[in-house]
Design a protein around this ligand. Structure first.
Ligand SMILES: Nc1ccn([C@@H]2O[C@H](COP(=O)(O)OP(=O)(O)O)[C@@H](O)[C@H]2O)c(=O)n1
Ligand SMILES: [Ca+2]
Length: 404
């Protein structure tokens, strides 16, 4: 896409409040499988040649996610309205009409029937149309899995300064959601391009450059979907009262869990084995042979966020505020520690052993990372969330001609 000049109403030297003429806003909703979030971004375009700068972000979230309202679409839309009301206060009234609002749903809605997903999205669209903001065409929809990874890659590489200037040393990203997981990187070797199935490679244009990225979203491989798969309950017609058991859970545990509007009963292996070894084998069945393993990533380092971050922080592998740097084997060490002392860790979450084991298996046996592959765990860079939503907002502004 060609660079477009934004109209300059005031030449810089006569602009009354110089700084404000080039400030604009974008509102992006992330309708994830476990929660709905609003990101209100403030941008400043200092000159047409430079990338826009992100001046700030207002972030708020609600739980559960839209998919939990599969049978009450109006209630689902109400949760979006609560968040959108925040934007009324955050954006100056004279810019409301120029500020686009968009909602992209991810794996939670991908897993619902088309009819239920559509009902939810059309209620949300109504909420948007009643608001004073700019509602572009296709403002509400389910995002393509490949875009989810690419846009998160754009966000992280933009925030770490890799998309401007020469010498770009881009970083790969790993996102682990509730219902799906993404891997995205810019291949450096010809071999990778040759060995990779075509639907894992996508060309993407952003900020006047084209990037040919390796990206894939694995539906059903998010942390919570993987819990169900390990329990043998994923995509199953659950019979009333049916109990799902696993060696990854505390022996005496019996409880209930709601996900995607369905109730599951689950528990530990009362009589049988428990602990890291049997748990690893159980989880391995869910992962083994299901993911493409690009050779090139074994020796590279990746940015990892979402549940990778949350579980690492929950178990003190990293600091909750600052994040940290880990190796794949750190997750394995912690999984062993938790799974082999399950009763002690019980209070935090009964799924902690299963979650850490899943992360270990996904990284090692799923993607094929080495034990010493380095992971940079990051929630924010320069105070902005490392989420696909920033990349999606850039893409939106570009398509509206508000930036290039
Ligand atoms: N802005 C956000 C949004 C989600 N997340 C994390 O993403 C995970 C939940 O994923 P999700 O609800 O977006 O599920 P998917 O629809 O992506 O599968 C949790 O670990 C959240 O803490 C985050 O860290 N920051
Ligand atoms: Ca997500």
């Amino acid at each position: 896409m060609r660079r477009r000049e934004r109209p300059d109403f005031f030449p810089p030297n006569v602009c009354p409040i110089n700084a404000k003429a080039n400030t604009f806003y974008g509102i992006m909703f992330d309708a994830g499988s476990t929660g709905t979030r609003i990101h209100i971004y403030t941008f400043v375009q200092k000159s047409p040649e430079d990338l826009p700068e992100v001046e700030g972000e207002i972030f708020e979230s609600v739980k559960p996610g839209l998919s939990a309202y599969a049978d009450q679409p109006e209630k689902g839309a109400e949760s979006v309205k609560t968040l959108l009301d925040m934007a009324i206060d955050a954006v100056p009234p004279h810019l409301w009409k120029k500020t686009p609002v968009v909602l992209k749903a991810t794996a939670g809605l991908r897993l619902l029937s088309e009819e239920k997903a559509e009902a939810l999205l059309s209620e949300v669209k109504e909420v948007f149309e009643e608001s004073p903001f700019l509602v572009p065409e296709d403002s509400v929809g389910i995002m393509d899995g490949s875009h989810e990874g690419i846009l998160a890659w754009i966000t992280v590489n933009f925030l770490t300064g890799q998309l401007s200037g020469q010498n770009q040393q881009t970083v790969g990203i790993l996102d682990l959601g509730g219902a799906s997981t993404q891997i995205t990187f810019l291949p450096r070797f010809e071999e990778t391009l040759k060995e990779t199935p075509g639907d894992f490679l996508t060309s993407f244009e952003m900020f006047n450059k084209t990037y040919k990225l390796y990206t894939h979203s694995y539906l059903g491989f998010g942390l919570k979907a993987a819990r169900l798969a390990t329990l043998g309950a994923f995509n199953m017609e659950v019979v009333d009262g049916q109990m799902f058991r696993s060696s990854c859970l505390p022996k005496q545990l019996e409880a209930e869990w709601h996900f995607g509007g369905v109730k599951y009963r689950y528990g530990g292996n009362k009589e049988g084995e428990t602990g890291f070894k049997p748990c690893y084998l159980e989880v391995l069945k869910v992962v083994k042979g299901k993911l493409h393993q690009p050779e090139e990533i074994r020796g590279s380092s990746f940015y990892a966020f979402s549940y990778y971050y949350d579980r690492a922080a929950d178990t003190n592998l990293i600091d909750y505020e600052r994040g940290g740097v880990l190796e794949v084997r750190d997750f394995e060490r912690k999984a062993k520690e938790v799974c082999d002392n399950m009763e002690r860790y019980n209070s935090a979450s009964p799924f902690l052993c299963m979650d850490l084991t899943y992360i270990t298996v996904l990284l090692k046996e799923g993607f094929g990372f080495r034990d010493n592959t380095v992971l940079q765990l990051t929630k924010k860079v320069n105070d902005i969330e490392t989420s696909w939503t920033l990349g999606a907002t850039f893409y939106l502004l570009q398509s509206l001609g508000m930036t290039y």
